[in-house]
Design a protein around this ligand. Structure first.
Ligand SMILES: C[S@@+](CC[C@H](N)C(=O)[O-])C[C@H]1O[C@@H](n2cnc3c(N)ncnc32)[C@H](O)[C@@H]1O
Length: 203
């Protein structure tokens, strides 16, 4: 996920990141070189950080302090309304309970904060989606828990975030089953006007 097309998408997404930022699923820190100077501090969570040497090298060149916690996004230790931005790239596919994690995202975002997301997920083409469903059990095994068929937009709204922008497109450098993209931003819905609904979707 370090190719040129991935890097360009990361740059476009992160252009509007600012202030106090939380990244969920930091991985090897591939987003770190692309955060703009408007970021004051980055806190990141990932229960399984890999390749610590690469992560350390990418952290060293950042112009803002970075704090990584080896914890899951489903249970964040941060106070309510702490962050100006929360970022998720290629992570909602893998988090075991994405709606629980997104409810935490909603909770820790300031009222005018932004959730910036860049994720692959379920195709709108029913033929492609059927193949995503068929191959998902295998993908979960070979892709370390990655799901091909999550309805990313639906999961975000189910968690009490309202989508302000959503671009759907296919990546050129990735086979279609894993390259159906959801890129955009969402804002928290005020707690007073959002009543938690039971989960309707297990994917
Ligand atoms: C496909 S990698 C993407 C890494 C990175 N976001 C990127 O864009 O390169 C998915 C990441 O999600 C992390 N992850 C898995 N379960 C998680 C959870 N419950 N909470 C937060 N991150 C999680 C994995 O450890 C992995 O680093």
């Amino acid at each position: 996920m370090s190719g040129a097309e991935f890097a360009q998408l990361r740059i476009e997404l992160l252009r509007s990141a600012r202030g106090q930022v939380l990244e969920i699923g930091l991985g090897t820190g591939l987003n770190l070189p692309h955060y703009p100077n408007s970021v004051l501090r980055l806190r990141a969570v990932d229960p399984f950080p890999l390749l610590p040497d690469r992560l350390a090298a990418r952290s060293d060149v950042a112009s803002f302090p970075i704090e990584l916690s080896c914890i899951s996004a489903e249970d964040l230790p941060y106070d309510t309304q702490t962050f100006d931005c929360v970022v998720s790239t290629w992570t909602l596919c893998t988090i075991p309970d994405p709606v629980k994690a997104l409810r935490e995202v909603r909770r820790v975002l300031k009222p005018n904060g932004a959730f910036l997301f860049l994720e692959h997920g379920r195709s709108e083409d029913i033929g492609v989606a059927a193949w995503q469903d068929r191959l998902n059990p295998l993908q979960r095994i070979i892709g370390c828990g990655c799901n091909l068929n999550r309805k990313i937009g639906q999961l975000i709204e189910q968690a009490g975030l309202t989508i302000r922008r959503l671009d759907r497109f296919q990546m050129r450098s990735v086979p279609r089953l894993g390259g159906e993209m959801y890129q955009g931003s969402a804002m928290p819905i005020a707690a007073s006007s959002f009543r938690q609904r039971p989960l309707q979707e297990s994917q």
